[in-house]
Design a protein. Structure first.
Length: 155
């Protein structure tokens, strides 16, 4: 049976969660879940959002609505992205490095910008290594990293 102290603690936790924005709640959920995606998924030849959605839908067996919540994107955007690549067969490469979905859920930066900056800042990979891993040119990778920093992503 719950004690009075635990009931008060639960009420305080619920009240603090209710005062948070949707984006803050998504970040909290993702940090608790700790879900990651192999960085090699972005080397599939698809647009980065399409690759992530296809991976989560087909490999992780997630529903479109759940994916939209995890990536902090509109359900219609996720459905459209998946619908465009649904019939294309692809095998995702495992690069050995996981990218947390919380990194990809930032709406002020693109998926690729967030992924490149994460690999560069957290895993200390050089831009050339990231380019090979993601199957992009080094100029594209440099541009993504630069845009992330210009947008105020140095946090």
């Amino acid at each position: 049976m719950p004690t009075l102290a635990s009931t008060r603690k639960d009420k305080l936790t619920i009240d603090s969660l209710l005062s948070k924005s949707k984006e803050e709640l998504v970040q909290i959920i993702l940090e608790k879940e700790g879900r990651t995606m192999p960085a090699g998924v972005l080397n599939s030849g698809f647009h980065p959002l399409q690759a992530v959605v296809k991976y989560l839908k087909e490999e992780e067996r997630m529903e479109i609505k759940h994916i939209s919540i995890l990536l902090n994107r509109n359900v219609q955007t996720i459905w459209t992205s998946y619908n465009m690549v649904r019939d294309v067969k692809v095998s995702f490469k495992d690069s050995g490095i996981g990218i947390p979905l919380s990194v990809l859920s930032k709406t002020d930066c693109s998926i690729l910008e967030s992924a490149v900056h994460y690999l560069n800042s957290v895993h200390k990979l050089r831009l050339g290594q990231i380019a090979v891993m993601l199957g992009k040119s080094i100029k594209t990778v440099w541009t993504c990293n630069h845009r992330y920093m210009v947008k105020g992503g140095k946090k």
